[in-house]
Design a protein around this ligand. Structure first.
Ligand code: SF4
Length: 597
């Protein structure tokens, strides 16, 4: 029986509530967005007492359905001013799912002169809100180590680092990985780490003791569905097994991680390079997924069992696609950072014209330690380069600039942690790559129009995961690639946005999309798991659209209009080499995505 935990940080009290009828089928993003839309005043200050932060495991989190242990965090975003849902793997989704927690709603805030910091410890039918001043003001690698020592039951941990504690808009919500070696599982986007910081909360700790695997209403159908989905995932060339029957490398994500995309996007001329000024990066191969794979193999050969580098690493228990990795130091074979994702490599590498794998991994580690979203941090550093404060390609200077964010009184550090728009405006830049205040991810919208339509129109601010049309426009579905330059992409983007919202709610990782779009049995298996779990038939598209309606309703009431569903002007006026194209989608086409919604 799922329950809702409601915490009031005015006086650090809590109560358990039963799940109301209207939320019976809602979890993950469906739950967070419904609660935020219903309970948060859209015009409130996002970093004061009237905002709420909502944590919800996906519907299937904790079950044996493959790759279904994702976690959603929602609130009004300090970065966009609109509604936000950010989604991550890690341990917490699994733990909360097994503890029967449908969602945690954190409201209120301690008085503004409070100096204390708190942690929330959630167990089976229990909650403690404890003063943990010793958890604040330290790096996140140290913090997760301390927490696992204090709670030796392998808890899930999420929370905010020092940038979130200082209310910086670039701060994400971190999560620990299953081994607790890295705080790199980020619900990174939208500055939600700062919302947690505004409640004076450093960590939410999920103690798994007494938890149980959730039971589907129709177990036979659920098991049949998860088997079909698992088979599709293992068979597909993107999501499949590490090696084929002959022992050759097979599954793209397992071998090369999400960073398999770097060379592909660069070759295709759509990898934003040097501050969105080119679509091709000459140093791509050096920082690619293939380069990480080689480094891992090299250090394994040299250091044997002592080598800590890995590919085919799972970010949460039960992920069969395992796109995560552990990047080793070349000289010692010890772990440098985990995971090094495509988006991070792009943001801190190609986008800054930096082709050193070490420098990129080092910046990733610093971001993980500080509690910063790597996409926003990379775009923010690009503003420093665009403004001539540091030079494009200067990895050492980028690392030093990022490190300024450790210092509580560094003005540079505050700008680094405040996000792309703030930094761009501070430096007088007129080509700032943001939508609704949030920085663009790693696909240039000029040669790939569908993803540009998603960036412009999603309620989340620029966000590739909100409607990943790249699956159709670059990788293809059932052998057919949708022409990326076609400007009629409203229907494609809407379909992907609705389907993604559904996946974010039920707890599946969006990367299952590659297999379920190609293999019908996998798609049907996914639907079977969800409907068998609920004991009710729900429609993927309708369920997803209902989430989007909630989100758009919130944004409308916060003051957003069609004018906010646009890309920055320079994408329409500056051509992108090598294809020399601009973003030619009309405003009418953008407005068609949610016409009547
Ligand atoms: S595919 Fe990657 S991101 Fe998705 S759940 Fe698995 S390890 Fe995590």
């Amino acid at each position: 029986m799922s329950k809702i935990l409601r915490i009031n940080m005015d006086d650090q009290s809590h109560k358990w509530e039963s799940v109301p009828k209207e939320y019976e089928t809602l979890a993950g993003r469906a739950f967070t967005s419904a609660v935020v839309n219903k309970e948060v005043e859209p015009t409130c200050h996002p970093l004061r007492e009237f905002n709420k932060i909502v944590i919800s495991p996906g519907l299937l989190a904790g079950t044996p359905a493959p790759s279904s242990g994702r976690l959603s965090i929602g609130a009004k975003s300090p970065l966009t001013g609109g509604i936000k849902e950010a989604n991550a793997g890690g341990l917490t989704g699994n733990r909360l799912g097994r503890l029967g927690v449908r969602g945690i709603i954190i409201e209120g805030a301690p008085p503004t002169d409070t100096k204390d910091w708190f942690s929330i410890v959630v167990g089976k039918d229990s909650c403690k809100i404890v003063k943990t001043n010793n958890y604040a003001g330290i790096g996140l690698y140290e913090l997760i180590g301390k927490i696992w020592k204090d709670y030796p039951v392998k808890p899930g941990i999420i929370g905010c680092g020092i940038t979130g504690q200082r209310l910086m808009k670039c701060a994400g919500v971190f999560g620990n990985n299953p081994e607790n070696t890295d705080p790199g599982r980020y619900a990174g986007r939208g500055g939600l780490g700062a919302v947690l910081g505004s409640k004076r909360i450093v960590a939410v700790i999920s103690d798994p003791t007494g938890g149980a695997i959730p039971t589907p209403k129709d177990k036979a159908r659920f098991d049949k569905g998860r088997t079909a989905l698992r088979e599709a995932l293992q068979k597909h060339a993107v999501t499949g097994t590490l090696n084929d029957d002959e022992g050759n490398p097979y599954g793209g994500l397992k071998n090369y991680g999400t960073n398999i995309l770097l060379n592909i996007l660069s070759e295709g001329g759509a990898l934003p390079t040097k501050g969105f000024s080119s679509g091709r990066f000459s140093g791509a191969a050096k920082i690619s997924g293939e380069a990480v794979h080689e480094l891992v193999d090299k250090t394994k050969a040299k250091f044997g069992d002592a080598a800590e580098g890995r590919y085919a690493h799972a970010c949460h228990p039960g992920c069969v696609m395992s796109c995560s990795n552990v990047v080793p130091y070349e000289k010692t074979g010890k772990a440098h950072v985990s995971p090094l994702e495509y988006e991070t490599v792009w943001a801190l590498g190609a986008n800054l014209n930096i082709d050193s794998l070490y420098d990129v991994a080092e910046m990733n580690r610093i971001c993980n330690d500080l509690g910063l979203d790597t996409i926003e941090a990379g775009n923010t550093l690009a503003m420093f380069m665009e403004g001539g404060i540091i030079k494009y390609g200067d990895g050492a200077a980028a690392i030093e600039t990022l490190k300024e964010a450790y210092k509580p009184n560094s003005v540079i550090g505050k700008i680094v942690a405040s996000g792309t728009q703030s930094a761009g405006e501070a430096f007088g830049i007129t080509r700032i790559p943001v939508v609704k205040g949030q920085a663009l991810p790693a696909y240039d919208p000029r040669p790939i129009r569908g993803i540009g339509v998603t960036y412009a129109t999603t309620p989340m601010g620029a966000d590739h995961t909100a409607g990943y049309t790249i699956a159709a426009e670059v990788l293809g579905i059932k052998g057919t690639v949708t022409d990326p330059r076609d400007v009629k992409k409203a229907d494609l983007s809407r379909t992907f946005q609705a389907t993604t919202a559904y996946l974010d709610a039920v707890g599946y990782c969006i990367f299952i999309a590659f297999a379920i779009l190609d293999i019908d049995a996998g798609f049907n298996g996914m639907v079977d798991t969800v409907n068998a779990f609920l004991g009710k038939e729900i429609d993927v598209g309708e369920y997803g659209m209902a989430i989007l309606k909630n989100e758009r309703d919130f944004n409308k009431r916060a003051g957003f209009t069609a004018a906010d569903d646009r890309l920055p002007e320079f994408f329409k006026t500056e051509t992108l080499p090598p294809h020399n194209v601009t973003f030619d989608v009309t405003d009418e086409e953008l407005d068609a995505v949610f016409k009547g919604v």
